[in-house]
Design a protein around this ligand. Structure first.
Ligand code: SF4
Length: 264
C-alpha cells in the first residue's frame, strides 16, 4: 500500500473494534488503504453482523485517523455516541504544542440554521461559492466587512477579505468538537487507550505476532482473523479461570453439548 510519504510498500493496515467491557475483538479487518477514513463504517457493520444491532446511544471512540465528515454523519444517523478528535485535539492529546490563532476557523461560530459563520468581530460570512477539490464539494464563505475591522491584518491579512472554506459536514464537525472539548468527552476518550491498545499489545508482545506470514489481501484477512480469534480465546480463557471454571468442566460441558447434538 502507499505509505504516508507517498511511497509504495508491501504492507497491510489491520483494523480491530474492541468491546471495552470484555476486551473481546468484536470485528476485525485488513485493508491496503493507508488511511483509516473508510474503515469506520465497515467495522461498525461487521460488529453488528457478528453481535446484532448496536443499541442507540452506544458509545464508540476512534482515533483521529477515522475523523471525517461522512463518518461523523454516519454515527449520528445511526444514533451512536461517537468520540473522535479532530487533528488539533489529537495533537493536544499527544502532548504536542498546537499553534493556535484567535482567528482560525474554529474561532468562528457556525450558524447551522442559516449556514453562515460569525467571526470574532461579530460579522457574518455567508456562502458565496462552491467548487470541487479532489472530487469533493467545497463551499467558500465570505462577506464580512473586513476593511473596516481593527483585526483585519491578523485575521485576513493586510488589505484582504477573510474567506472560509467548508463542506456539507460543518455542523457534524462542530458538534463533535464541542463534545470532545467537554470534560465528559475527554474522560470518555481516555478509556480508548486502555480498550484498544492492550489487544494490540497482547497480539504483538504476548503472542509475538509482528508481521503477516501470508501474502495477498484475502490470505492476510484470514490470517488476521485467526490471530484475533486466538486473542479472544485467551481473553475468554482468562475470564473463565477467574470465575473458577476448570478446563475439565469446560471440556465436560462442550462434550456434553456435542453428545446432545449427536443424539439429536
Ligand atoms: S477581518 Fe473580517 S472576518 Fe476577520 S474578524 Fe475582522 S471582520 Fe471578522
Amino acid at each position: 500500500m502507499q505509505n504516508k510519504k507517498g511511497r509504495k510498500e508491501l504492507s497491510y493496515n489491520p483494523q480491530i473494534t474492541v468491546d471495552s467491557d470484555s476486551g473481546i475483538i468484536a470485528a476485525n479487518g485488513v485493508t491496503q488503504d493507508c488511511t483509516d477514513h473508510h474503515q469506520l463504517q465497515p467495522q461498525v457493520e461487521m460488529v453488528e453482523a457478528n453481535s446484532g444491532e448496536l443499541p442507540v446511544g452506544t458509545k464508540t471512540s476512534s482515533d483521529n485517523g477515522y475523523f471525517s465528515g461522512s463518518n461523523l454523519r454516519y454515527l449520528e444517523r445511526k444514533g451512536l455516541d461517537g468520540y473522535i478528535p479532530d487533528s488539533k485535539q489529537a495533537q493536544k492529546h499527544k502532548g504536542k504544542k498546537v499553534v493556535d490563532s484567535p482567528y482560525s476557523k474554529d474561532k468562528f461560530d457556525y450558524d447551522e440554521a442559516n449556514d453562515q459563520f460569525i467571526c470574532p468581530n461579530g460579522d457574518v460570512l455567508v456562502r458565496k461559492g462552491e467548487y470541487m477539490v479532489k472530487g469533493k464539494l467545497q463551499y467558500s464563505y465570505s462577506g464580512a466587512k473586513c476593511s473596516e475591522c481593527p483585526f483585519q491584518a491578523e485575521c485576513a491579512g493586510k488589505g484582504k477579505k477573510k474567506k472560509i472554506t467548508s463542506d456539507d459536514y460543518e455542523a457534524e464537525r462542530r458538534r463533535m468538537a464541542a463534545k470532545m472539548q467537554s470534560e465528559a468527552g475527554k474522560e470518555e476518550y481516555k478509556k480508548r487507550k486502555a480498550t484498544v491498545e492492550w489487544p494490540f499489545g497482547n497480539i504483538k508482545h504476548n503472542m509475538k505476532f509482528r508481521e503477516f506470514l501470508t501474502r495477498g489481501i484475502a490470505n492476510v484477512c484470514n490470517e488476521f482473523n485467526l490471530v484475533c480469534t486466538a486473542h479472544n480465546m485467551k481473553v475468554m480463557w482468562a475470564k473463565l479461570c477467574r470465575m473458577g471454571i476448570s478446563l475439565r468442566e469446560i471440556v465436560g460441558l462442550v462434550s456434553g453439548q456435542a453428545a446432545k447434538v449427536a443424539a439429536n
